[in-house]
Design a protein around this ligand. Structure first.
Ligand SMILES: *Cc1c(COP(=O)(O)O)cnc(C)c1O
Length: 410
């Protein structure tokens, strides 16, 4: 159950390879820094996700990939080819998903701040709009109903429940507690279901939950599904789907590797929780299908950030390896104190202790302190591992730097 997730990186004869190809040769003609994505690895994660859902008898699963994790068009097109839908949080993401060929009937729209224009665009997509607006406030529901009425359509909506569970993850990526801005409390949903004027141009098609990101321990996930199930049982209306959200984590560190839930263990947990808390208790004959919104687990391990050493520097007993990638390219260490392995292109038995820092004028622009690396010099390649999720999508132009290129390696 605790498996090591496949990665495109491997050392062969002390040389770092990506999908079996020497990194030095891939990087030869490319300006650094750049993101490098492995189609093979993406395929393997998507397939294990869907095959595992099937193996655990998840009812008619729909995978709506969370576009914010990595919105590269080639990545989206590949996921579309593999059968994925999309979970979007802005009209920009919605347009990009559609551009990649993902059908609107497989797109759910999450987010607390959907605007009038965004809702109108989503209502007009395809023949009957998107699969679902995952509604996060009563005000939003009223607006959707009004806008659907104004263009003589019916909107498909789901409530996002705030299950009031505490996910054990970094405080910036936990979303399922009462103090967080996300979702609606159960009582507010129950009340809204009974207000007939909210439903003249909307249909309640589902219920959803999403409690946070980089979840490793499944306890909070089970509690969230229990809350979702109880809400569905209380409402007791035929709905088309239950959406269990995303959030499954990947191993960034060795410590995480040992306690991380595998895709298979996650699916088994979700399946058992749905059976125990919902399917075995529901008297409604039509079984809702199960929607998933995975982001990081599908794309996190397929991507790396490739950079070169600008120079090294010592001050007193501190040693710095200064690289040409910065926090504007990959903000996770600065924002979440996240750990990313930094690997040299050539392995060496002789290691030094060094801090890997970027060019940005911020002390937080640091990819790792007290790391063991070979002594590197100007022009040497380094790779920041597990950067496929929330890497390039969170990049900025800070310090007037340009956005890193993305290479989809097939
Ligand atoms: C970000 C997000 C996800 C995906 O989270 P991951 O941790 O990348 O799996 C899914 N659903 C919603 C509503 C989100 O905001």
């Amino acid at each position: 159950m605790k498996n090591i997730l496949p990665s495109p990186l491997q050392f062969k004869k002390n040389k770092l390879t990506f999908d079996g190809v020497l990194l030095e040769s891939i990087a030869q003609k490319l300006p650094t820094p750049f993101y490098l994505y492995s189609q093979k690895t993406l395929d393997s994660y998507f397939k294990s996700f869907t095959q595992s859902a099937k193996a655990h008898k998840i009812n008619n699963p729909l995978v709506c990939y969370a576009v914010k994790a990595n919105s590269n068009i080639e990545v989206l097109k590949r996921l579309k080819d593999l059968g994925s839908g999309a979970d979007v949080v802005s009209v920009g993401e919605l347009k990009k998903a559609i551009k990649a060929g993902i059908p609107p009937e497989k797109i759910v729209f999450s987010g607390v701040a959907k605007t009038k224009d965004e809702i109108l665009f989503a209502l007009k997509c395809g023949k009957s709009g998107i699969y679902s607006f995952n509604v996060e406030s009563i005000e939003e529901l009223i607006l959707i109903n009004d806008l659907a009425k104004s263009i003589k359509k019916k909107a498909r909506v789901a409530f996002r429940l705030n299950p009031q569970v505490h996910a054990k993850t970094h405080k910036h990526i936990s979303t399922g507690n009462k103090t967080h801005k996300f979702g609606l409390l159960k009582a507010d949903i129950q009340e809204a279901v009974a207000v007939t004027e909210f439903w003249t141009h909307t249909n309640l098609v589902g219920l959803s939950v999403h409690i946070g990101s980089q979840l490793t321990d499944m306890k909070a996930t089970v509690s969230a599904i229990k809350e979702l199930a109880n809400l569905a049982l209380d409402i007791n209306l035929p709905i088309e789907f239950l959406d269990v959200g995303g959030g499954l984590g990947i191993d960034y560190t060795h410590k995480e590797r040992s306690k991380l839930a595998s895709i298979d263990y996650y699916m088994q947990t979700v399946s058992m929780a749905l059976e125990q808390f919902y399917f075995s208790k529901s008297s409604i004959l039509i079984k809702p299908r199960i929607v998933f919104e995975p982001g990081r687990i599908l794309v996190g391990k397929m991507g790396v950030l490739v950079s070169r050493v600008v120079r090294t520097k010592t001050s007193d007993n501190c040693h710095f390896t200064i690289i040409d990638a910065g926090m504007n390219d990959l903000i996770r260490p600065a924002l979440y104190e996240a750990h990313h392995e930094v690997l040299p292109a050539t392995k060496s038995a002789k290691l030094i202790t060094t801090d890997i820092v970027g060019p940005i004028c911020e002390t937080a622009d640091c990819f790792g302190t007290k790391r063991k690396l070979p002594s590197l010099t100007s022009g040497d390649l380094v790779v920041i591992d597990n950067a496929g999720a929330y890497g390039r999508t969170m990049a900025s132009n800070y310090n007037e730097r340009s956005l890193a290129a993305e290479i989809f390696f097939r």
